[in-house]
Design a protein around this ligand. Structure first.
Ligand code: 5GP
Length: 212
């Protein structure tokens, strides 16, 4: 049997679009056994977050060590904190045939695209900018100036959608989850991914015949 490498799946999109909510919904049951890529961050943990499960919470010094030692596939500074994707577990899991799922912001996703263009890049889009603004306001954490800044940033991030393979509009979380799972299922069925296994089977079958 030819070992098939797992898929690298990158879910990204503008701040406030609901990436975290969609990712949590995917991992609630996780019927397809995706491996979640736990990021490192210098931000404080929030109540209920678990170190090593939600994030690896590290100091700035520790994070800078990770950068220096090339331990990160990508990293970005976001709202005053570092966030980065440790590379070792990704490689290990892809080699084992496991699908690895990243949920990261747009700058980081574009860096991953450069480093691993074979990944599947999914852009989570808001149903409308008006709805995005309502979601950001609904968090109740930002004042008007910050909301305006986030909306400007969202416009720039949406302009980067062309670098992705798929767009999923996050209208209803359950529907977005179903669409993402079906994208990944279809990617697994692509001829390029299956052909080596089928050719190996043909080869084995006829070789056995020749030996008999
Ligand atoms: P939060 O602080 O709300 O958990 O995450 C803030 C933002 O950082 C979200 O947009 C999230 O997708 C992004 N993020 C989480 N981990 C990473 C990472 O490893 N790299 C990058 N570039 N962004 C990340």
């Amino acid at each position: 049997m030819v070992a098939t490498r797992g898929l690298l799946i990158v879910l990204s999109g503008p701040s406030g679009v609901g990436k975290g909510t969609v990712r949590s919904a995917i991992f609630k049951n996780n019927p397809f056994n995706y491996v979640y890529s736990v990021s490192a961050t210098t931000r404080q943990s929030r109540p209920g977050e678990i170190d090593g499960k939600d994030y690896y919470f590290v100091s700035r010094e520790e994070f800078e060590k990770l950068i220096e030692t090339d331990a990160l596939l990508e990293y970005a500074e976001y709202v005053g904190n570092y966030y980065g994707t440790p590379i070792a577990r990704i490689e290990e899991n892809l080699a084992k045939g496991n699908d690895v799922f990243l949920e990261i912001e747009v700058q980081g996703a574009l860096k991953v695209r450069q480093a691993m263009p074979e990944g599947i890049f999914i852009f989570l889009a808001p149903p409308s900018l008006q709805e995005l603004e309502s979601r950001i306001c609904g968090r109740g954490t930002d004042d008007d100036a910050i909301i305006f800044e986030r909306m400007q940033m969202a416009r720039e991030e949406i302009n980067l959608m062309q670098h992705y393979d798929y767009v999923v509009v996050n209208d209803q979380v359950e529907q977005a989850v179903a669409k993402i799972n079906s994208i990944i299922l279809s990617e697994h069925l692509k001829v390029d991914r299956v052909i080596d296994q089928i050719n190996a089977d043909i080869h084995n079958y006829f070789q056995k015949g020749d030996e008999e």
